[in-house]
Write a protein that binds this ligand. Sequence first.
Ligand code: 5GP
Ligand code: ZN
Length: 121
Amino acid sequence: MTDCLFCRIVAGELPAEIVREAEHTVAFRDIAPQAPVHVLIVPREHLGSAAEIEERHGPMLAETARVATELAQAEGIAERGWRLITNVGPDAGQAVFHLHFHLLGGRPLGRLVQGSPEGVR
Ligand code: 5GP
Ligand code: ZN
């Protein structure tokens, strides 16, 4: 028994609207969606955040990218575009301390990182 929310969802102990189960990851809809498509892609292994990723997590990260791409296709946002983000620590607003990637799309998401108007030099 763990008190980690996402470990419990991954274990099937708490309900979630699961949209994909894969070898290293489980994907489910965010309970408070910030966009028409808002899915969380979560590793089965408990990691507190992206700051705990190691070399051996390569296959999990590759699977995360593939699942995001396939879900974007399935959810109808592949053409218009989507965002895959992960928050680490208080300034980023991390609220759940089990690594998760937010897949967001279905509306213009705005510029998260303001590039220089002349572009990157
Ligand atoms: P963070 O701020 O840590 O990057 O994001 C945590 C996310 O988890 C939030 O978008 C929040 O809505 C979502 N969340 C929190 N509790 C639950 C839950 O019990 N079920 C689901 N599906 N999402 C949750
Ligand atoms: Zn966990």
